[in-house]
Design a binder for this molecule. Sequence first.
Ligand SMILES: NC(=O)c1ccc[n+]([C@@H]2O[C@H](COP(=O)([O-])OP(=O)(O)OC[C@H]3O[C@@H](n4cnc5c(N)ncnc54)[C@H](OP(=O)(O)O)[C@@H]3O)[C@@H](O)[C@H]2O)c1
Length: 299
Amino acid sequence: MAGGELVPMAETKTILVAGATGQQGGAVARSLVKRGHRVRGLTRSPQKIAALKDIGVEGVVGDLTDNASLAPALRGVDGFFIVTTPFNPDFSVDTAKEVLQGTTAIDAAAKSHVPHVVLASVASADEDTGIPHFESKAAVERHLKTSGLRYTITRPVAFMDGYTAPWMLEALRGGVLSLPMPPETRQQLVAVRDIGEMVARAFDSPAKAAGKSVELAGDQLTIADLTARLSTKLRQPLKYVEQGEELARQRMGEDGMRMFRFFREKGYHVDIEALEREWGHRMTRFDEFLRDARLAPLG
Ligand SMILES: NC(=O)c1ccc[n+]([C@@H]2O[C@H](COP(=O)([O-])OP(=O)(O)OC[C@H]3O[C@@H](n4cnc5c(N)ncnc54)[C@H](OP(=O)(O)O)[C@@H]3O)[C@@H](O)[C@H]2O)c1
């Protein structure tokens, strides 16, 4: 967090965090713990409970698609952070699965009279993009809005963290970054840690956050610029090569191909300044994210 920012003193709450073993939920859990809240972290794997304990989170076993497993996890909570995913371990996309996770979790929250639900969606989810995993999030958003629950929707753009993930670093070892976008395409990015911070702020200010959809971005830069900055960070020459649409379709399927077409033709358009002003939080810039990122050295 940037110096000088005030973390408001708030009452201690108990929040159930889905995806606590993943990127967004992990960041949310850490931000809430830092603010002194009690965090229950939902996971499908009893084996992951010990790691959650290490970050101050009480692990609870449950599945977002299994209503009965959520009732005990939701008992007595003040809030529920829901993150859904359509991705299978092989990166294939199952949008029906994502909708089922979201609607089941929302119905369980309504049954348990949860005072505040924060749902992770994606920026531009409401813009009829035709990208299957944006449309599934839009369907979950609609379900939440008609549930009667007090809600906030967070809509992040693409994660900065994706550019330093092990699979990306592995790909960069060859000295080439290749995406299906021209190098001058402007891309908005957000650091996952800022998602955690903003969700924690929403739980701390439910009256302010209620009924809002908050699009989250921290920086915007061209793909050429992004490549240059990654090259400096990695201390390795990096060339950007635009990938053709057919190769992109083969590699990432129809869903990924449509998402990159959206990035090329329209792109995310979050007003970062307005976001910072409204929430009193300076979002992380890509340079700052890279400065703090610890990377495995390239071979
Ligand atoms: N990457 C990006 O740039 C980006 C940008 C905007 C939005 N998004 C969206 O972010 C979402 C993924 O979030 P993420 O990256 O934080 O997730 P992640 O790191 O891939 O982790 C997925 C989490 O979901 C949990 N999970 C999966 N299925 C579950 C189920 N049936 N019941 C309970 N928990 C379940 C997993 O927990 P366990 O395995 O422990 O059960 C895990 O913690 C996707 O919907 C994606 O579209 C991504």
